[in-house]
Design a protein around this ligand. Sequence first.
Ligand SMILES: Nc1ncnc2c1ncn2[C@@H]1O[C@H](COP(=O)(O)OS(=O)(=O)O)[C@@H](OP(=O)(O)O)[C@H]1O
Ligand SMILES: Nc1ncnc2c1ncn2[C@@H]1O[C@H](COP(=O)(O)OP(=O)(O)O)[C@@H](O)[C@H]1O
Length: 569
Amino acid sequence: MPFQKNINCKYPETLLVDPEQIEGLKAEALDLISLTLSVEQICDLELLLNRGFYPLVAYMDQASYLSVLKNMRLTDGTLWPTPISLAVSKNRVAGLTIGQRLALNDQEGFLIAILTISDIWQADTRLEAKAVYGTTDSARHPGVRKLYDCSGDYYLAGSLEGISLPVHYDFQSLRLSPAETVQRFMTKGWQRVVGFQTDEYLHYGHHKMIMAAAQEIGAAVFIQAQINCPGEITHYTHVRCHQAFTKLFPINMAGLGLFALPAKKTGPREALLQAIIKKNFGCTHFMVAPDHADPFAVMTDEKALFYPRGEAQKLVAYYEKETEITMIPQRGVGYCKKDKKYIFQGAKGAENSSLIDSKGLMGRLKREEEIPPWFTCPKIVQEIRHDFLPRSGQGFTIFMTGLSGAGKSTIAKVLQVKFAEMRERPVTLLDGDIVRLNLSSELSFSQKDRNLNVTRIGFVAGEITKNGGIALCAPIAPYEESRQVNRRLISNYGGYIEVYVATPLQVCEQRDSKGLYAKARSGRIKNVTGITDPYIPPTNPEITIDTTNINPMDAAEKILLYLKGEGYL
Ligand SMILES: Nc1ncnc2c1ncn2[C@@H]1O[C@H](COP(=O)(O)OS(=O)(=O)O)[C@@H](OP(=O)(O)O)[C@H]1O
Ligand SMILES: Nc1ncnc2c1ncn2[C@@H]1O[C@H](COP(=O)(O)OP(=O)(O)O)[C@@H](O)[C@H]1O
């Protein structure tokens, strides 16, 4: 059932209710249980409401979900490659019933839609991982790890009454809905449109490849920048690079749009989903890479790819008739310095050319090398460089972990003074005790609460790091799982240096400056780390310091030396 949108479209162009119903639904929502959706869930909801996910009209029920996993089809036979249901936690699902209505809110509490539940079932993420990602092994596929970590314990299905599309303040002119995009193509007189998207750094290879394909089929070009794209550049840089790239095309040949599909990196299935979305946005053709939506595509080393090379192209081509969008294979482009011309890989003379690829561009940027003018346009280089600050310009977090009395706070205080003296970056101390007093006063010392306390510290440290500051953290942080969450989060924003203050329990107990161990030994307090509660040492800390036989200044000096050696100072 292809979506042929035109001015006389017989299908509703969005799943938003009529304006006169909005006030009534908002009033009803005041008495409904509300769910705050994650960023990725908001993306799904936006594509359901704006019909980017046409012909889906609702979150899938269990029968369709299982059918999609097995055959890539809904129970009515409609082709659909990946499940779209609403994941919820075990706590949240308790008491929910079929027919119940729920308010779906964005992260700031604005009502986006009302869901009428038609099905509730327990998630089997391993089954989903195997079918959609091709493996249950979270160590092999980052998407599977995310599925296990972030999806809920249950799924909900149901129909939607949209109140408003999610609000975005950034790049508003690029956020046209599928219907608005189709309308724009019609106004421009574009009959054939080739769609293109990538999360790579854009370069002249992409440009030559798209130009050649578009000219061959007589098509205009629609470039879609995917929001929340994983990678090392920020959303703003990603979109600004796309804006510069679109300007490389002749006037009235190319358009740019933003769309909110979470990149799950499911390879062929994701390519097929993107093809369906492109069709809904009015494209007639879609350019698919041999390593499309592969979690390791950016490496370009064939052996490292997760999905077989070319598999995504095959799958999209196989379903061309049904999706009514034609697959065009993406091709590698090189540059022949001698002849000063671009040449397709595999073409005659290509052996004398240098391949233009994102990996090469990224490597040059990281090594702070010049980018040859034939590689990509100066504006794109300038935009990307904006995100590749040398370490001396980045913020960083020093995350100290260790037993109570190990010396974390003392070392952190010495460092705080040293950094303040240097005046290079603002410095913030997030000490265990102080955080417990101000940020986590309601939390206990259970494993769950300790992990929550540690990830709260990580969130604050991430914000400080993102803005170029230094965060000094000094909680006990006895569990690897929350330390890893912090590492993953903060490494996106700047430096992350884990310092294991490995002073043995015996020494800490002797110091016992707060009387904690004495109270633990006498049974006056329970769950004390090292006595009646575990401390799991970090697996891969950047620095390990045992303060048994050194003074605080020397311990701090060790960290400063590391920072100098790594280029942060
Ligand atoms: N049961 C138990 N176990 C460990 N520590 C305890 C406990 N009860 C209170 N305290 C005091 O709280 C400080 C540790 O809090 P943290 O927030 O750093 O701990 S955790 O990271 O959440 O595990 C810790 O401070 P530091 O000595 O600075 O580490 C203790 O003084
Ligand atoms: N090299 C050292 N680094 C840090 N603290 C040390 C060192 N040597 C001795 N100490 C002493 O150990 C105690 C550590 O306490 P504290 O810094 O509050 O530990 P934590 O924050 O890990 O609970 C302090 O009394 C401090 O003077």
